[in-house]
Write a new protein. Sequence first.
Length: 74
Amino acid sequence: MWEDKKERLDKRRRTPSGKWIYARRKETVERSFADAKELHGYRYARYRGLERVKGQCLLTAAAQNMKKIALMAA
């Protein structure tokens, strides 16, 4: 059912523009998760319970966004 869509996506990803987009994804999205993990405690949850962990994730994302805004403004 979904394999045809996966094949289409893989085919598109192998085009020159798809390769460029995929490389950009590594630079932006993956880097963001790596920073969250290494610099902001995403490696381990500080709290227990879904609501408290969600709160930690939201605060971490807010901190990352404020950091990006501060760097752009400087």
